[in-house]
Design a protein around this ligand. Structure first.
Ligand SMILES: NC(=O)c1ccc[n+]([C@@H]2O[C@H](COP(=O)([O-])OP(=O)(O)OC[C@H]3O[C@@H](n4cnc5c(N)ncnc54)[C@H](O)[C@@H]3O)[C@@H](O)[C@H]2O)c1
Length: 317
C-alpha cells in the first residue's frame, strides 16, 4: 500500500493533466463507466463538519472514499480549513492500494472541473477573471482558468482584506498577471467576464443586479446546504449547468432557495457538464446571456484523481 503526501500529489498530477482527466471522468460518470453515492455530511462542534465521499470506477477497476474535514474554526488557529485523505482500493480483490493526502487532490480536481465548465460556457473572448474569496481554491482556480482563457486581469474581494491582499501579491508574482484588490464584491462582479465564488459564505455574496451581459459564474464554495453564495436573482437570470443534478438538487442552497421562493422552476438546470462534453446538450448560445456552473464536487473526481496518481506512482502507467 502506497502512502502519498501533498507535495507528491502535485508532482504526479499537474493541473493540465487533471483538466483532461476530469473531462474523461465526467463523461464516464454519465456513460455508466463510474458511479457514486451522494456524500454523507457529519457534524462536529459549532460550524465544523466532515464529509465521506465514496465512488467506484467500474471500468478502471478501482473504488475508494475521500474523508475530508471542513473546520472553519481553523482560521482562528492559522490551520487549513480543509484536511483529509483518499483511501483507494482495487475492485478486483478489495486490497487497499493507496492512502493519499486529499488536500492537493481536492484543490486540483475542483479547479480543473471549473476550468472544463468555463471553457465550455464562458465567452471565447472572456479575459477578466473575478474572485469572491481568496483562499486555497481561489489560488488553484487562477492556475486552472489561465489554462483555458487568455487572462488579462484579475479582481478579488474577500471578507478579510488581508487575505485578498496576500492573494494579489502571490498571484501577480506567480502568474505575471495584474491583480486588483476590490473594496466590495460588486466591484469584482460588475467588472469581470468570469466570476468564481470560493468563500465560506452562508448568505449570498454575488447579486444578480451587478452582473453585466455575457458573464459566466462559477459557484464553487457552497458545497453543503448550510452555505450559499449566489442570490436568487442571479440564479434566475442564468442558464444553469451542474456537475451532477442529484448533488445540486439535493445539497445546493444556491439552487434550493430560489426554487423554494418560486424564482426558478425545477426544469431550470440546463444540463450536466458531462452531457455537454458528450455532445448530448448544448453550451453557451449567445455572447450576452449569463451562464452559471454550480460545482458541488463529486466523489468520482477524487477517486479518478487518486487512481491516476496511484498508477503513476506505482509505475502502472
Ligand atoms: N465545490 C467543490 O468541489 C469544493 C471543493 C473544495 C472546497 N469547496 C468549498 O470552497 C470554499 C473555499 O474553499 P477554500 O479551500 O478556498 O477555503 P479557504 O478557507 O482556504 O478560503 C476561504 C476564503 O473565503 C473567505 N471568506 C469566508 N467567508 C466569507 C464571506 N462570507 N464572504 C467573503 N469571503 C469569505 C475567507 O476569508 C478565505 O479567504 C469552501 O466553502 C469549501 O468548502 C468546494
Amino acid at each position: 500500500m502506497l502512502v502519498i503526501g501533498k507535495e507528491e500529489v502535485r508532482e504526479l498530477l499537474s493541473m493540465k493533466e487533471c483538466i483532461e482527466l476530469m473531462k474523461g471522468t465526467l463523461m464516464d460518470l454519465n456513460e455508466g463507466k463510474a458511479s457514486m453515492s451522494l456524500r454523507s455530511m457529519n457534524k462536529l462542534a459549532g460550524d465544523d463538519f466532515y464529509l465521506l465521499m465514496p465512488a467506484y470506477l467500474n471500468e478502471k477497476g478501482y473504488f475508494g472514499v475521500k474523508l475530508i474535514t471542513i473546520l472553519p474554526s481553523n482560521h482562528a488557529k492559522n490551520l487549513p480549513s480543509h484536511q483529509g485523505v483518499v483511501l483507494l482500493f482495487s475492485a478486483e480483490d478489495g486490497q487497499e492500494k493507496a492512502t493519499i493526502d486529499c488536500i492537493s487532490i481536492t484543490a486540483l480536481r475542483t479547479a480543473s472541473v471549473t476550468a472544463v465548465a468555463t471553457d465550455l460556457l464562458a465567452r471565447k473572448d472572456a479575459n477578466k477573471l473575478g474572485f469572491l474569496g481568496a483562499g486555497v481554491q481561489a489560488r488553484n482556480h487562477v492556475e486552472s482558468l489561465m489554462l483555458v482563457r487568455d487572462v488579462e486581469e484579475i479582481r478579488v474581494w474577500d471578507l478579510h482584506k488581508e487575505a485578498a491582499e496576500k492573494f494579489a501579491e502571490e498571484m501577480s508574482e506567480k502568474h505575471n498577471v495584474k491583480v486588483i484588490v476590490c473594496n466590495n464584491a460588486e466591484e469584482v462582479v460588475s467588472n469581470s467576464d468570469v466570476v468564481t465564488t470560493v468563500t465560506l459564505a452562508k448568505e449570498p455574496v454575488l447579486k444578480g443586479e451587478w452582473l453585466k451581459p455575457g458573464t459566466h459564474i462559477n459557484a464553487i464554495g457552497a458545497s453543503a446546504k448550510a452555505y450559499r453564495e449566489i442570490d436568487s436573482d442571479a440564479v434566475a437570470q442564468a442558464r444553469l449547468y451542474v456537475d451532477k443534478k442529484e448533488s445540486c438538487t439535493g445539497e445546493s442552497s444556491d439552487y434550493l432557495v430560489p426554487l423554494s421562493e418560486g424564482k426558478i422552476s425545477d426544469d431550470h438546470i440546463v444540463a450536466e457538464i458531462g452531457d455537454v462534453l458528450l455532445g448530448k446538450a448544448g453550451a453557451r448560445e449567445t455572447d450576452t446571456e449569463i451562464t452559471m456552473f454550480e460545482g458541488m464536487g463529486l466523489a468520482v473526481e477524487d477517486i479518478a484523481s487518486a487512481t491516476y496518481i496511484y498508477q503513476k506512482a506505482a509505475g502502472i502507467k
